[in-house]
Design a binder for this molecule. Sequence first.
Ligand SMILES: [Fe+2]
Ligand SMILES: [Fe+2]
Length: 182
Amino acid sequence: MPIVIGAKPQSSFADPIGLMTDCHRRIERFLSVLVQVCAQAAGGPLTAEQRAAMDTALRYFREAAPKHTADEEQSLFPRLRSLDRPVVKAILARVDELEAQHGDAGLSHAEVDRLGQTWLAAGSLPDADAARLAALLSGLAELYRHHIAMEESQVFPVAAAELDTREREAMGGEMAARRALR
Ligand SMILES: [Fe+2]
Ligand SMILES: [Fe+2]
């Protein structure tokens, strides 16, 4: 089965919430790449295609995904916390939960990256490490299923409805700057 890592056109910085949703699709896609490669190769030698796919996916989680976390923790969550409106107050416990999950995901990603880099460098992984990597990836898939569903069904709709144009533009500017696009 081919390993798909291509991207579709994304939302613009004028629509920061749409952009964050696009990031979720990339997180899901690159995580599924890692799950597939691990299932196919099971700690054994990697084909050239599997190596390239794993390298790209590990780099995505090392370099790009942390910017999405920063978009939420530095640009979105503080703006929601500063709004004195009942509909926003009602989701702030969820926001705290999401932020704690970012910490858990970060720890798992660090270990996934270490094991994945070892695999790429050594050409194979000992059985115990391959099993640990598979367990970490399955844990991350489960975490993101809940996490992304909570963000997209409960937090983003409130943000889209309650943050005004000026706030959304400021968020888009911060997200662009985080990616050195302005
Ligand atoms: Fe998040
Ligand atoms: Fe997110």
